[in-house]
Ligand binder design. Structure first.
Ligand SMILES: Cc1cc2nc3c(=O)[nH]c(=O)nc-3n(C[C@H](O)[C@H](O)[C@H](O)COP(=O)(O)OP(=O)(O)OC[C@H]3O[C@@H](n4cnc5c(N)ncnc54)[C@H](O)[C@@H]3O)c2cc1C
Length: 388
């Protein structure tokens, strides 16, 4: 077994890292404070082809897999997490069209999504459908060749700069759940924005709440089979971006802490000389490594076509908690200056805090891991059939 990226993957990582560190990081504090959407950065990412990273080459994409998505996401999240989420949510909508759309839908949307001329956003959550999507109240009723949508969506990341929202709506009675939810590609201008929220972190990319009132969409905008959208969604793999975002913040917090504690002197020593600091920094590095290993393992299994439920949820819980813990330690070890907006550290902590909640709260992912473990070992037998 080789714990090693390929030559091409390393080249991709180095290329993204250079751009992220040289171009994004110097403006990250300012963009965050101004709550300014990273429009130019996303346009640069599109020029580099990353907005079509995981799309097949026949649609103008780069034809890369989830490992490459995890690699790119870590680098972007290490400098400004919301840039990574804007890119990943867009690629997630593209993945749904690619996997479940018709040939015509793929031909219509994917080439312009690869170039970022068409931008996607995800409309799954609602006020009463957070962790539990069976609570979706938005409805879609069929009228001839059209569907009439009513309801609202909440936390639609990218919405203000997107063209379409992949909107999940109830199309069947409760007793048919979860086979009663269908997805539609709804133009953003059909929604009315109700609330843009003032959030603790992730301040450069807004996630508004918006309503739909008797919005008609043709059946050609339905993505996937009627009633099967939520079930199909579980097969999407771009969700690996969430733990990868955690790895990015955990790593950035470590890097900044090592740099700061190496040069900051108190009691005639650099504070990195103190055993208490060394142990903390060592633990921070352990968290980065375990978070990255679990994330890349989940991505690799996805690319090899294996089941990822257990691995993805493990990575999500561990990597997002690593981001929170490392950002918190980084603030402590930066002392007073870490508590100010002069350094990146306070933003790491605010941005990291989102990750244990969004993408499904960690508690739900812990349930998944537990369920998967019991399903694997029904009689307590040690039946490990996985490589790693
Ligand atoms: C900034 C931001 C961006 C987002 N972007 C998007 C997006 O683009 N598209 C989209 O559709 N959604 C998005 N979301 C929604 C996100 O996925 C939900 O916030 C998340 O699923 C949790 O739902 P909730 O906030 O309603 O929390 P709730 O479901 O009300 O849960 C509240 C808390 O209860 C606890 N809890 C929940 N379930 C369990 C359980 N099974 N066991 C134990 N404890 C539990 C957890 O501590 C959880 O944090 C975003 C959210 C935020 C804040």
């Amino acid at each position: 077994m080789k714990f090693q990226l390929t030559e091409e993957q390393r080249r991709l990582r180095d290329e993204v890292r250079r751009y992220a560190q040289d171009v994004i990081k110097p403006q990250a504090i300012e963009l965050d404070h101004a709550e300014e959407h990273p429009t130019e950065i996303l346009s640069d990412l599109s020029d580099r082809g990353y907005t079509g990273l995981t799309l097949p080459e026949e649609y103008g994409g780069m034809g890369e897999g989830m490992l490459e998505l995890a690699i790119i996401t870590e680098e972007l999240s290490a400098v400004l997490m919301p840039v990574a989420s804007a890119l990943a949510l867009h690629l997630g909508v593209a993945e749904a069209i690619q996997r479940f759309g018709t040939t015509e839908q793929r031909d219509t949307y994917l080439p312009s999504m690869a170039t970022y001329d068409t931008v996607g956003a995800l409309g799954l959550s609602e006020e009463n459908a957070g962790s539990d999507k069976s609570g979706i109240e938005t409805t879609a009723e069929r009228e001839g060749d059209e569907w009439v949508l009513n309801g609202h969506k909440q936390w639609i990341t990218n919405f203000l700069h997107a063209d379409y929202v992949l909107t999940y709506a109830k199309t069947g009675p409760e007793r048919e759940g979860p086979h009663n939810i269908t997805a539609f590609l709804v133009p953003t201008d059909e929604f009315d924005v109700q609330e843009t929220w003032d959030t603790f972190g992730a301040r450069t990319v807004k996630s508004p709440r918006a309503t739909l009132s008797d919005v008609r969409v043709p059946d050609q905008q339905r993505i996937g089979a009627v009633g099967e959208a939520y079930v199909q969604r579980k097969n999407l793999q771009t969700g690996v971006n969430v733990p990868a975002r955690g790895v990015g913040i955990a790593r950035a917090a470590l890097d900044d802490t090592v740099a700061y504690t190496s040069q900051r002197e108190q009691f005639d020593h650099s504070i990195g000389d103190f055993q208490g600091v060394k142990w903390t920094v060592g633990e921070m590095a352990q968290r980065v490594d375990t978070a990255r290993l679990l994330t890349l393992r989940a991505a690799d299994r996805a690319d090899r076509g294996h089941d990822t439920a257990r691995e993805f949820s493990m990575a999500k819980v561990l990597a997002t908690q690593a981001a929170v813990d490392n950002a918190n330690e980084a603030m402590q070890l930066h002392g007073g200056i870490g508590y100010t907006t002069e350094t990146h550290v306070e933003r790491y902590l605010r941005d990291a805090r989102l990750l244990t909640i969004a993408g499904g709260p960690n508690e739900g992912h812990k349930d998944t891991v537990g369920d998967e473990v019991y399903a694997e070992h029904p009689r307590g037998a040690s039946d490990h059939d996985r490589d790693i």
